[in-house]
Design a protein around this ligand. Structure first.
Ligand code: FES
Ligand SMILES: [Fe+2]
Length: 450
C-alpha cells in the first residue's frame, strides 16, 4: 500500500485570518497589571463585560413556564425565565420597588413575589399585584413599573443574554459559529458534567491557555497519542469578531510516539470501526491513511452503529478536532459526539480569583448508559450542579491527571508569576499568536474601538 503524502492542514475558512504568525496584529504589550489590577478589572466591567453575550445555562433547564435560571456574574445577577407563551425572558434580578433581590438560585415559580414588601412580578416582567395599591400618591404602580429586561437568545442549546440593550444580535456576535457547526447535534446533548471550581487566578488565564496548544506537549503528555497538535499540521484562525480557534488532527502525533510494542489507543479506535491496524505497512502510513479511513468509516457506518446523528456529518467533522475561544470567556470543543465547555468568570471584587466552569455535554448513544468525557466516564443523564474549591488540587482529587486538572494546576502558578516584579513581556511563538490577538480584541473593547 502506498500513501500520497498530502498536507493534513484543513483549509483556512474564508472569513478567517491565518493566525500562524502575528503579521496582522498591532503588537500591543501584555503587561502583568491586567492580571491583578483592580482598575483594569473595573475597565473590563465598564467596557467589555457589559457589552458582550453571556451564557446563563442550558435550554434543557427551562422546560415549562415558570422554570428559571439565576446567573450571578460578579456583583450582578440575572434571571432567565420561561414565560407562559414558551418564550425565554431575561431580567435583572432586582425588584422594581426598592431593589431587593428576587431569587437566589434556579427554580420554578409561576411569578416572583418579592420577599420584602410582597410585590408580585409576572414572568413577562409586568407588575401583577402590590399590597395597598391605593397608597401611592403617584398612582398604582401596576402597569407603570416593570422589571428591567435584557436581550436573550439561544445557540447550540445554550441560553445567552447581554447586559447591553444595544448589543448586536447573538447571531451577529457569534458569526460565523452557528454556520461552522450547523451539522452538529449540540441542541440534543445532555450535560453529564456540571462543575464549577474556585481558582486563585485571574479569569484571563483560561482564554490565554485555550488560545494556544504550545503547552500541550509539556503539560499534557498524554494528549499527542490521540490528538496531533503539532503546530505545522494545525490551522490557527482568528475571526474579525474576535473569536478564534485551532483545528487539530484527530490522530496521533508523528513525533511524540508511544514506544513500539505497547498498546496504542489509535489501534483500538481503528478496530472499533472494523479497520485492521496491521493492514498498513508502517506507523506513518497507519497514522496518515488510517486517519482518513477512520473518518470515512464513521460517516458510512455510524448511523447503523448507534450514532444516527452521523448522517448529518461529513468526513471533515471527524478529521479535525477544533478548539474554539469565543470572545471573551467561553472555550468550547465541539465534536461529533460531545461538547466540552470551559469558562472562567471573574470574582466580584478580587482580580486574582475566578470561577472555572467545566460542562461536558454528550449526544446519547443508542444503547449506552454511560459516556466517556474529559472528566472520566459518567452516567448518560443530566448532572446535578457541583461546586468545589481547587485548593492546589486537593479539592478535586478525582480529576488528578486529567488535562483540565493539569491546566488548573498551571493557572495558580501563572498568576503568581504575573504578579511578580520579575514578570517580563511575553516572548511568544508563532503558534501563540491567538493569545495576543485575543488581548488586542480586549483592548479594542476597552479603548472604544468595538
Ligand atoms: S423591594 Fe421588592 S417589594 Fe419592596
Ligand atoms: Fe491545557
Amino acid at each position: 500500500m502506498s500513501v500520497r503524502r498530502i498536507d493534513p492542514k484543513p483549509p483556512l475558512h474564508p472569513l478567517a485570518i491565518d493566525a500562524g504568525s502575528d503579521d496582522f496584529l498591532r503588537g500591543d504589550p501584555l503587561d502583568g497589571k491586567r492580571y491583578y489590577s483592580r482598575e483594569f478589572m473595573q475597565r473590563e466591567w465598564d467596557d467589555m463585560w457589559t457589552k458582550v453575550w453571556h451564557i446563563a445555562g442550558r435550554v434543557t433547564q427551562l422546560r415549562e413556564a415558570g422554570d428559571y435560571i439565576v446567573h450571578d456574574f460578579m456583583h450582578e445577577s440575572v434571571i432567565v425565565v420561561m414565560h407562559e407563551d414558551g418564550s425565554l425572558r431575561a431580567f435583572y434580578n432586582v425588584c422594581g420597588h426598592r431593589g431587593q433581590r428576587l431569587a437566589w438560585g434556579d427554580g420554578h415559580q409561576p411569578s416572583f413575589t418579592c420577599p420584602y414588601h410582597g410585590w408580585v412580578w409576572g414572568t413577562d416582567g409586568e407588575l401583577r399585584q402590590v399590597p395597598d395599591p391605593d397608597d401611592f400618591p403617584q398612582g398604582n404602580p401596576c402597569g407603570k413599573v416593570r422589571l428591567v429586561e435584557l436581550p436573550v437568545d439561544t445557540w447550540a442549546g445554550f441560553i445567552w443574554y447581554s447586559m447591553d440593550p444595544g448589543a448586536p444580535t447573538l447571531a451577529e456576535f457569534l458569526h460565523p459559529w452557528p454556520e461552522l457547526y450547523r451539522n452538529h447535534a449540540t441542541e440534543d446533548m445532555v450535560r453529564v458534567v456540571w462543575l464549577q471550581v474556585d481558582l486563585e487566578t485571574n479569569w484571563k488565564f483560561a482564554p490565554d491557555n485555550f488560545s494556544e496548544s504550545y503547552h500541550v506537549r509539556t503539560a499534557h503528555p498524554q494528549v499527542p497519542a490521540v490528538i496531533d497538535q503539532d503546530h505545522y499540521n494545525c490551522r490557527n484562525e482568528v475571526y474579525p469578531s474576535g473569536h478564534n480557534r485551532i483545528m487539530q488532527l484527530v490522530r496521533p502525533s508523528l513525533r511524540d510516539r508511544i514506544p513500539d510494542g505497547q498498546p496504542h489507543p489509535f489501534d483500538a479506535q481503528l478496530r472499533q470501526w472494523n479497520i485492521d491496524p496491521d493492514r498498513y505497512p508502517d506507523y506513518e502510513t497507519k497514522v496518515e491513511q488510517g486517519w482518513r479511513d477512520l473518518a470515512e468509516a464513521k460517516v458510512r457506518l455510524g448511523p447503523s452503529q448507534g450514532h444516527p446523528h452521523y448522517a448529518q456529518l461529513t468526513e471533515q467533522d471527524f478529521l479535525y478536532s477544533p478548539h474554539d475561544q469565543l470572545f471573551p470567556n467561553v472555550s468550547v470543543d465541539i465534536r461529533p459526539d460531545a461538547v466540552s465547555l470551559f469558562r472562567t468568570e471573574p470574582h466580584p471584587t478580587d482580580p486574582q480569583r475566578c470561577t472555572f466552569d467545566l460542562w461536558c455535554l454528550s449526544v446519547p448513544v443508542v444503547g449506552a448508559d454511560t459516556v466517556r468525557t474529559i472528566a472520566g466516564r459518567r452516567p448518560l443523564a443530566e448532572a446535578a450542579f457541583e461546586h468545589r474549591v481547587f485548593d492546589q488540587g486537593r479539592g478535586l482529587p478525582e480529576l488528578a491527571g486529567t488535562v483540565i486538572f493539569q491546566d488548573m494546576q498551571l493557572a495558580e502558578g501563572q498568576q503568581r508569576g504575573q504578579r511578580s516584579r520579575g514578570y517580563q513581556e511575553p516572548y511568544l511563538a508563532g503558534q501563540e499568536t491567538r493569545v495576543r490577538a485575543w488581548h488586542e480584541t480586549l483592548n479594542d473593547y476597552l479603548e472604544g474601538r468595538r
